[in-house]
Design a protein around this ligand. Structure first.
Ligand code: FEO
Length: 168
């Protein structure tokens, strides 16, 4: 059985994951509008991954007999200066999510809630993969660049990352 404080924090994380999904879906729309179809495909797939993260939390809260709560989701930005800015924001966003997960893990330990601690280990591993994935895109941008034909090849490279976005 979860404490009210633990339920409250898990419900907040549900909201974070929903926001992540909306953020990447909105970025996908922007990329599509700009003609960056590879990045649009990747980000749309990643938006679906974030929904899986949300449902996993939602199901866990429900399984413990607690009430999962859905809250209003802040609208994500819908204009970006460049493809480089899009992926700079994605990486920074994933660092924030990692911090949120780490805080949840620390809180579960402070509550001696070892069931939730165990459950959260999946997210710890997932965030490692998420950071690695988005950092790899920043590395590609640094090598290929955003000028001239570079952005065409970069967009094709990002499309190849589709389907490599989750632990399952
Ligand atoms: Fe749900 Fe990209 O972390």
């Amino acid at each position: 059985m979860l404490t009210p404080a633990m339920i409250d924090r898990l419900n907040h994380q549900i909201n974070h994951e929903q926001y992540s999904s909306n953020l990447y879906l909105q970025m996908s729309a922007w990329c599509d509008h700009q003609g960056y179809t590879g990045s649009a495909t990747f980000l749309r797939e990643h938006a679906a991954e974030e929904l899986k993260h949300m449902y996993k939390l939602f199901d866990y809260v429900c399984e413990t007999g607690a009430l999962a709560l859905l809250a209003a989701v802040t609208a994500p930005p819908n204009q970006y200066a460049s493809l480089g800015e899009v992926f700079k924001i994605t990486y920074e966003h994933e660092l924030k999510i990692t911090h949120a997960i780490n805080q949840l893990v620390a809180f579960s330990l402070s509550e001696e809630d070892f069931s939730t601690f165990q459950f959260l280990q999946w997210y710890v591993s997932e965030q490692h993969e998420e950071e690695r994935l988005f950092k790899s895109i920043l590395d590609k941008i640094a090598v290929i660049g955003l000028d001239g034909k570079g952005i065409y090849f970069l967009d094709k490279e990002i499309r190849k990352l589709s389907g490599q976005t989750s632990l399952g």
